[in-house]
Write a protein that binds this ligand. Sequence first.
Ligand code: SDX
Length: 428
Amino acid sequence: MSKTAILEIDGKKYEFPVVIGTENEEAIDIKTLRSVTNGITTIDPGYKNTGSCESAITFLNGEEGILRYRGYSIEELAEKADFLEVAYLLIFGELPTQPELDKFHNDIKAQSHVDEDVKKILDGFPKSAHPMGVLSSLTSALIAFNPSSVNVDSEEDMYKAIVKILGKFPVLTAWTHRKRAGLPLDYGDENLGYVDNFIKMMFKKPSGDYTSKKTVVNAMDKLLILHADHEQNCSTSTVRMVGSSHAGLFASLSAGINALWGPLHGGANQAVIEMLEKIKEDGGDTKKFMEKAKDKDDPFRLMGFGHRVYKNFDPRAKIIKKAADDVLAELGMEDEVLDIAKALEKEALEDSYFVDRKLYPNVDFYSGIIYRALGIPVEMFTPMFALGRLPGWIAQWREMRLRKEPIGRPRQVYIGENLRQFKAIEKR
Ligand code: SDX
């Protein structure tokens, strides 16, 4: 059943087709708007009402708090799948058979070596450098060491670039952490699983052996799954935009890492813990900070709260909140800021400012509690988000290239000076 939308301007009517998705989302297709109206465009700061593409990867329903990767619910995947399986699903569209998964993992392991000269770039950074800046730089630097991964037009070339970055990114992430911690770099162990090996590269002590801890591996695996994709969020849209100029995969991912760094986006997981620590040091008066969050004259925001799409609970926040309790219990740990987080959540859910604006905890509100329990330093929280989001960025970039999407180039409404004549400096 086809639908159309009518736009009337200056007494003239224009008809546009309505695109209907497989979950009955509807969008007015304005591809011809500028040409049929002789130059009229739309404007939508922050793209709150604008779809950039049609995609078959992730479905979100913000009103009902639904998140699905390739049709599978996030609840099922977090419970029953592992991260590499989910990465395969997002990128190639189907859950892998065991032989497919084994081949994928072996192809990734074969590409997990990072050129020793990359260490010289890493050594050029001060220990104080934020790891997101180091990671985006090293990801870009990989281009120089893997020139064949730049112009990837065939699916085969894309596959090679994909397994390269899936093999090397965990190494770069772990190296970035170890450099800051003053630890010798670790090369991992290809006999370990993908996530287990990452944890080894992060935490293996120079003088001791590495023993996998099931609780830690399972918790990290679940967190990475929960962060793996989220349709057209800021960093993913950045990856698609940069990739639309046919910049290579690594260059597009480096741009996505920088977009994710922002405290309004992936950087929020670090900002949440810093906020909770500040409330704890200030005596734990959550009501005082709630008032600050509601005060328009106060720049303080309740980090980890609110979302552009979810106007209900972020389903990932629900899963992470339960996992935080489970991980702390399994590790026999307590964390006072978890109690502060729960108190803030309870108060916000009963406060009309938050209820009226449909502000609920998002994925970043509780994730830092678990990262901290796993021994991850707070500056490394957003790199953990990037490691999780990597397969989603790759899947979205690959879809954009395979669908031969046009280069992204939005229009604008000019509000500057009209034509004026140049004045010599002595006459200004
Ligand atoms: C992620 O897009 C994705 O999918 C992102 C993500 C992913 O997986 O990729 O889900 C990951 O980025 C999660 C969000 C992490 N960011 C934070 O937790 C930072 C705190 N949250 C806010 O900055 C904000 O909620 C955003 C940025 C997340 C959403 O901003 P919007 O959609 O532009 O909403 P808005 O800023 O227009 O806010 C609407 C109203 C405003 O009040 P009024 O002007 O209507 O009076 O809600 C208020 C805002 O002031 N508001 C908040 C608030 N968030 C919104 N007030 C206090 N504290 C907050 N956190």
